[in-house]
Design a protein around this ligand. Structure first.
Ligand code: AMP
Ligand code: ZN
Length: 469
């Protein structure tokens, strides 16, 4: 398997540090707003990478942090006139709801910055002891002149970095590129005790402390959007490697931006749609297919036209699954056993995914497969059920398990729903009969039992109806 490494700027053979374990860290959201569909692109592409590694048999430990203390959260708390921790809690909950709706598999852990302040203080302490961090009146900064390879991830010299990016201006810093490890408390802001007085951690130190705590001092894959290469990831390397004196990350993976009219979608520019707004119009599968049709590393423009075409693509996949499931239900042992090389398509899918997670090609393999299968179905009047089991398995492994571009969750299939409906109707009839025979307590048991599993029975003039919660 080949992975493009931002660090070396080339594709490299993927050899994890301790196979079959793969440790993967992804910079998560700052929880001061509903996340937008641009953030969702990074979360979904990381999810596909993680799912594919698992599909290949790796045991993936996947960590995504939540930044729950930060300037933006404090600002929002002032605007909304409520405590910062309440704001962070509210948007953390919204984050979990939304990633669940986007069918993103839960991370192994979602560490929160505020739960790791002691670990951050420990790293800063160590850096200070080594003469790399300096304290100016309760603000602690990282002295980049003490880390000679600073700039090695973004591949820029320090003078280029200074002019080209947003670097926090602060007169207390020795060098404009030095960055805050610890910020002195201001009135009304959340703060913690520390050897430098009351204050709060800087953003970059969070990820160093949390990745080390949950994944160790060296990790396999560290991922995030392109905007994090500098300064965030550059600073994480400087902190971790200066503190622990070992290579921090083996493979750096960065996701291209979701743009809107060729401009990065971002909270600060205000040119965004929230993931929940987009989920109100398109299914998770459609959104995921829209993203999967572009390689994770390149830019992508948000477009209703592309989303609508992804919607049609999703329908093609689910139509074939429905055909296969109907045939499986009929369980016909008769008919032809068409010659079809399922393994070829599976191998093609894996070989393009092995090439730096080439999802657009992987999607193309799935659609080639669907075309070929539909042709066979059209040409043969009767096909043996074995064939349809194979069709369903192939789509389950590729489109469902790895890419998540089709819904095959058991409870959602139409066939299950209709069987469930018939069973409910049957129970309603039994309850009617019981009532007629004045066996009210048994009739109530049926009604209460259904209510317990989220099905409410209603007696109306025109008969008994039911609804699901
Ligand atoms: P934030 O909440 O801004 O810290 O971002 C959370 C994650 O989304 C980070 O990994 C960012 O790099 C990523 N991200 C932010 N904006 C975009 C965008 N327009 N397209 C893709 N990823 C993004
Ligand atoms: Zn981070």
């Amino acid at each position: 398997m080949q992975i493009y490494n931002t660090f070396s700027r080339k594709k490299e053979e993927f050899t994890p540090l301790n196979p079959p374990l793969v440790t993967m860290y992804m910079c998560g959201p700052t929880v001061y707003n509903y996340f937008h569909i641009g953030n969702a692109r990074s979360f979904i592409m990381a999810d596909i990478v993680r799912r594919y590694l698992q599909f290949c048999g790796f045991d993936v430990k996947f960590i995504m942090n939540l930044t729950d203390v930060d300037d933006n959260i404090i600002k929002k708390a002032l605007e909304e006139k409520r405590p910062a921790d309440e704001v962070a809690q509210f948007y953390s909950n919204a984050f979990f709801e939304d990633i669940n709706k986007l069918k993103i598999k839960p991370a192994t852990t979602y560490p929160k910055a505020t739960m790791h302040v002691q670990e951050m203080i420990n790293v800063i302490n160590e850096l200070e002891k080594k003469g790399i961090a300096y304290n100016v009146d309760g603000n602690v900064f990282y002295d980049i002149s003490k880390f000679p390879s600073y700039g090695k991830l973004s591949g820029k010299k320090t003078d280029e970095l200074e002019s080209g990016s947003r670097v926090e201006i602060n007169e207390a810093k020795r060098n404009p590129l030095d960055f805050a490890l610890w910020k002195k408390a201001k009135d009304g802001e959340p703060s913690w005790d520390s050897p430098w007085g009351k204050g709060r951690p800087g953003w970059h130190i969070e990820c160093t402390a949390m990745s080390t705590k949950h994944l160790g001092k060296s990790i396999d894959i560290h991922a995030g959007g392109n905007d994090l290469i500098f300064p965030h990831h550059e600073n994480e390397i400087a902190q971790s490697e200066a503190c622990f004196e070992q290579k921090f990350v083996k493979y750096w993976m960065h996701f291209g931006f979701l743009n809107i009219q060729n401009e990065k979608m971002s909270k600060s520019l205000g040119n965004f749609f929230t993931a929940r707004d987009v989920l109100a119009k398109y299914s998770a599968e459609t959104i995921r297919l829209f993203f999967a049709q572009t390689h994770y590393g390149g830019p992508l423009n948000f477009s209703d036209e592309l989303l609508n075409s992804a919607k049609k693509g999703c329908e093609k996949i689910s139509n074939l699954i429905e055909v296969a499931e109907n045939q499986i239900r009929n369980n016909s042992q008769e008919g032809v056993d068409p010659e079809f090389d399922f393994q070829k398509y599976r191998n093609d899918f894996m070989s393009v995914m092995d090439d730096d997670f080439n999802t657009p090609q992987a999607v193309a393999v799935i659609f080639d497969f669907i075309r070929a299968i539909n042709k066979i179905i059209a040409e043969n009047e009767k096909i043996n059920v074995r064939f349809f089991h194979q069709v369903k398995l192939m789509l389950k492994e590729t489109a469902y398990d790895v890419l998540g571009i089709v819904d095959m969750d058991e409870k959602h299939t139409d066939s299950n729903l209709s069987i469930e409906n018939e069973l409910i109707e049957l129970l309603i009839k039994v309850r009617d009969e019981l009532k007629k025979e004045k066996q009210f307590s048994l009739a109530d048991q049926v009604r209460d039992g259904l209510a317990k599993i989220g099905i409410t029975i209603k007696d109306t003039k025109s008969g008994v109806t039911f609804k699901r919660d």
